[in-house]
Write a protein that binds this ligand. Structure first.
Ligand code: 26Q
Length: 752
């Protein structure tokens, strides 16, 4: 049957009479049916990617692409005067992640399926996801994200497992999301849930009774853990996730007729940061229940499991009080104690290597490192820092377990889907080979001196800016000029990512314009990102940006030259709209703090030029494009680590010694912003910058402003800039997540 006829059967009325939501629902049915007809991928061994987050983004467009029917459906709609964009709008974006780690998991699932490797994701079906961000009085508020209302791609499998939490038995339910490989077969993302969860217990934003586990278990991702009940809830969630994963794995292995004594021949488990670390003792417990000895179970599990570290911030390294684990998962205590004892004996009681510390806290990452066969960082610099700084005691005893896997992104979503015009033009220039081997993008360098091609790329960028400007007008009510320079920083709000430094630059530029020094081309500075609900300083930074947006966009002297946009509720969909429109990609974390970054890769692929520190994967971007095609500033990671070790950084010195720093920092509490914003929040920000500044904003601000000025100046040399842009796209092939997954498979999983 033709696609058109097949679709007509789902739609049950002529396209011309159907509403956008009817068309959307029919398309979901079509995609589900088409994907159910695809065979499941089979390898000799299977990887399970366990993760608290899967930031999968909207599914419809991506699935149509991977099924190979996007263009045909698009033509069918256009013939009836309907835009695919409007149909895709009907889908609610699954809110199952918070940032880089979750989006990486989604890109990995896409690549695993595309490379025809058997691999499923395992996570939780959070009813309200992270939260939905709203702004009132220029402040962030959190409300439940009702992403599950309306039709979606989830399937209720009818599969249940029993999970014991604090001695009580709960019955889980497994929902599946198909993961379709590009022109390939399918794997699955399994999301576990509890039928008794009760959405009506949420009140006043995102508050709820943290003790009622039957009703609250899967309401939110990262529920507030500032008190004991919040921390217990996180342990409940983590155990619920891995207890289901472990049962699913053993069930599937038994169905395949495999001998679980040789589980390591058939199964690989990737532990995505420490949130799923309890899989180690839980899987051991199940193996022991099957009659395997503790020692043998530990060997099997170590050969199966591999651990990825995504962050070196101390506060993100999870440590749970043993007493909390005793309360929630008493069944695991003998095993965790046994593992701790084994580590103690193996290393003569070395406290640096102890799983349970002298305050009776269980260090999840340490358990992972002792009882996994692989420990990886997510960019070259990050892995070096893990080896020689953060995890040094472990590197000293387990050097051969350490390896690097530089992150990647799926080009199916972040080029083909989000930037179809560029994607099609690349096809036209170099053919479609880049879609299966991204290194082919380098062939674009043939056009380095082809003015026609370069001008066409500039035109595509302009169209993308028009599209982003429409979204900004629609969603934020702000008029931006598509002829302006788009300078973009979109990512979680965190002091180490230093949105505050960019905001200080905005103040610096505002003051320059006020004094008559206008930029040659107008500049639009775009921010987007959520702050963790309890992270006061990140919320203060959002407040500052929203105040600047108000001040600057309404000042007739300044607005024609400088605009500020803070996107509300930044998510994957908004990233897809803004990334293709970007000229300058802001990647300005304090060197050594950003493990990798993956936004940096998305911007590069879409022809933006990076303005960044020598941090995370920026270092690898620099090595690929060369210093002419990137703007690097600021102290190096070695210098920063040196300053932390010597306690040698005092932000007040910078504040008092530089008149210009003094001026922009004091602007935070000056009359212009005080008239608009909350003086306490802005005052706290200023005070923090002067007296604490843990992430060294004032250390790098002058070099940041200087290098940004150079970038803006270079933008005026259009002949140069368009070549820089071309080189960035051409060199981005290395950052395909297909490359990353091949490396995981070769070095860690060994699936065929
Ligand atoms: C820890 C303890 C208690 C509560 C929450 C957490 C927690 C939650 C989320 C710790 C870490 C995360 C998320 C980390 C994350 O997204 N890391 C990012 O991972 C990306 C993919 O590897 C990298 O590119 C980014 O550099 C890194 O910041």
């Amino acid at each position: 049957m033709s696609l058109e006829n097949e679709f007509a059967e789902y739609l049950k009325k002529p396209l011309s009479n159907a509403s956008a939501s009817e068309i959307y629902e029919a398309m979901v049915d079509l995609v589900k049916a088409r994907s159910a007809a695809l065979p499941k991928i089979r390898s000799n061994k299977k990887v399970y990617y366990i993760s608290a987050e899967f930031l999968v983004g909207k599914q419809l467009g991506k699935n149509l692409i991977n099924l190979g029917i996007y263009d045909e459906m698009n033509r069918l709609l256009s013939a009836n005067g309907i835009r695919m964009e409007d149909i895709e709008k009907e889908e609610k974006e699954p809110s199952l992640g918070n940032g880089g780690l979750g989006r990486l998991a989604a890109c990995f699932l896409d690549s695993i399926a595309t490379l025809d490797l058997e691999g499923d994701g395992v996570g939780l079906n959070y009813h309200f996801g992270l939260f939905k961000q709203q702004f009132r009085d220029r402040k962030q508020y959190e409300v439940p994200d009702e992403w599950l209302s309306g039709k979606n791609m989830l399937r209720d499998t009818g599969v249940h497992f029993e999970v014991s939490l604090a001695g009580k038995t709960y019955e889980s339910r497994m929902y599946d999301l198909d993961v379709i490989g590009y022109h390939g077969n399918r794997n699955t993302l399994h999301l576990f849930d509890l039928d008794t969860v009760d959405e009506s217990i949420v009140h006043d934003g995102i508050a709820f009774d943290k003790t009622d586990i039957a009703k609250n278990l899967t309401l939110f991702l990262y529920p507030d853990d500032s008190d004991k009940n919040g921390q217990l809830l996180r342990i409940y969630q983590q155990y619920f996730m891995v207890a289901n994963a472990a049962q699913l794995i053993l069930k599937e292995e038994k169905e395949k007729g495999h001998d679980i004594r040789h589980l390591d021949r058939y199964v690989a488990i990737q532990i995505n940061d420490t949130h799923p670390s309890l899989i180690i003792p839980e899987l051991m417990r199940l193996l022991i229940n099957e009659g395997i000895t503790l020692k043998h179970a530990a060997d099997i599990v170590s050969n199966v499991c591999a651990y990825t570290n995504h962050t070196i911030l101390a506060e993100a390294l999870e440590k749970w009080p043993l007493s909390y684990l005793m309360q929630v998962v008493p069944q695991l205590i003998p095993i965790i104690e046994g593992l701790d004892y084994a580590a103690y004996c193996a290393f003569n009681g070395n406290p640096d290597l102890a799983i349970i510390d002298d305050q009776n806290r269980v260090h999840m990452a340490k358990m992972d490192m002792h009882f996994s066969h692989s420990i990886n960082g997510v960019a070259a610099l990050h892995t070096e820092i893990l080896k020689h700084q953060e995890l040094k005691p472990f590197y000293n005893v387990y050097a051969s377990k350490f390896n690097n896997k530089t992150n990647g992104i799926t080009f199916r979503r972040f080029l083909m889907h989000s930037n179809p015009e560029l994607s099609d033009y690349i096809d036209h220039l170099i053919g479609e080979g880049w879609k299966s081997d991204a290194n082919h993008l380098e062939e674009l360098l043939r056009y380095y001196n082809d003015e026609n091609v370069l001008d066409h790329l500039v035109e595509i960028k302009y169209h993308n800016k028009q599209r982003a400007a429409r979204l900004i007008k629609e969603r934020e009510g702000i008029e931006v000029d598509p002829n302006s320079i788009f300078d973009v920083q979109i990512k979680r709000m965190h002091e180490y990512k230093r949105q505050q430094m960019n905001a200080l630059w905005v103040i610096y530029k505002y003051l320059m314009i006020k004094r008559g020094q206008k930029p040659m081309t107008p500049i639009t500075v775009i921010f987007g990102g959520k702050a963790a609900p309890a992270y006061t300083m990140a919320k203060n930074i959002i407040h500052l940006i929203l105040c600047l947006q108000e001040l600057i966009n309404n000042d007739p002297d300044v607005a024609p030259w400088l605009k500020v946009v803070m996107l509300t509720n930044y998510n994957v969909h908004k990233a897809e709209a803004v990334v293709p429109a970007c000229d300058i990609s802001e990647q300005i974390s304090l060197a050594s703090k950003e493990a990798s970054g993956t936004g940096n890769m998305k911007f590069m692929l879409n022809g933006a030029v990076t303005l960044g520190t020598a941090d995370g994967a920026n270092v690898e971007i620099r090595n690929l494009v060369g210093m002419d095609n990137i703007y690097i500033f600021g102290k190096t990671s070695d210098e920063v680590i040196g300053l932390y070790n010597s306690h040698g950084y005092h932000s007040a010195d910078f504040y008092y010694r530089s008149a210009s720093i003094h001026e922009i920092v004091d602007f935070l509490t000056g009359p212009e912003l005080s008239a608009i914003g909350d003086v306490n929040m802005l005052g706290e920000l200023r005070e923090n910058l002067i007296n604490k500044d843990w992430f060294m904003t004032l250390l790098d601000i002058e070099s940041y402003c200087a290098v940004k000025e150079t970038a803006l100046y270079d933008y005026e040399n259009r002949a140069w800039w368009k070549r820089k842009s071309l080189v960035n796209t051409a060199k981005a092939g290395f950052f395909s997540s297909d490359r990353t997954i091949r490396e995981y498979n070769w070095d860690i999983w060994n699936l065929k």
